[in-house]
Design a protein around this ligand. Sequence first.
Ligand SMILES: NC(=O)c1ccc[n+]([C@@H]2O[C@H](COP(=O)([O-])OP(=O)(O)OC[C@H]3O[C@@H](n4cnc5c(N)ncnc54)[C@H](O)[C@@H]3O)[C@@H](O)[C@H]2O)c1
Length: 251
Amino acid sequence: MTLSGKTALVTGASRGIGAAIALGLAENGADIVITDLERQAEDSAGVQAAIEKTGRKCYNYALDVTSKTDIDAVVAKATEASGGIDILVNNAGILVPGLLSEIDEKSWDAHFDVNAKGVLLVTNAVLPQMRARKAGRIVNIASIAGRQGVPTQGHYAATKATAITLTRVYAQEVGMDGITVNAICPGIILTEMGKNNLGSQEAIDHWSDVAALKRLGDPKDIIGPTVFFASDQSQFVTGQSLNVCGGIYFH
Ligand SMILES: NC(=O)c1ccc[n+]([C@@H]2O[C@H](COP(=O)([O-])OP(=O)(O)OC[C@H]3O[C@@H](n4cnc5c(N)ncnc54)[C@H](O)[C@@H]3O)[C@@H](O)[C@H]2O)c1
């Protein structure tokens, strides 16, 4: 299989896109380190069981991506248990909509802490071992919001634009070490976040109609592109951000 012999660490892996990616990478042969907030323990256990059913190993740790102390400890434990992290998927994210003119500082900071600083801290914790092995694959889950900017998601869009920029700069800073860094920009994916954001069946129907493929996304739609970026199939691709949105946005 494409990813056999590899270990992938996925953040925010207890549900939604992260859970789909973790299981999808396992189905393609990788052992998986799933991480998510402590409060997600029950969901994480379910994902772990599903991964183990595929015959792959699964290591499961509570991890808040805003805490450097947590990150350093979990990366050390996961590295020792698995033998090394070959693939990192920075997926953890939050979205609480609000108009920019009304956003409070706490919400602004919370979005940047998880969606932007989280990418920086987890990536920096995993990079030294990738550099030492002269190989690695990093996939950041950004958003088409980070390209376009969306009303009531200005703060979130700014964090995702940051993730896209971090992807480009990391790619240039670590390419000489055999590491690629790419981003996926999902469109509207029907997870907890996606559904909360749309709010109603009417909105789901409207955006389904806008999409070229006449439907919104399922978390599973993100698996193929992630496997591509995580595998040798993409060995000459780095610093890129791929829209995976069913044809809802074209830039
Ligand atoms: N659903 C969409 O329409 C959509 C569109 C574009 C991008 N995205 C991005 O995809 C990623 C996954 O989103 P989703 O739709 O599956 O949402 P979700 O809310 O279902 O899952 C997000 C996960 O991140 C975890 N998380 C939140 N804060 C965390 C923290 N501090 N530390 C560690 N984990 C934390 C949550 O516990 C949860 O498991 C996010 O980065 C999101 O911004 C989603």
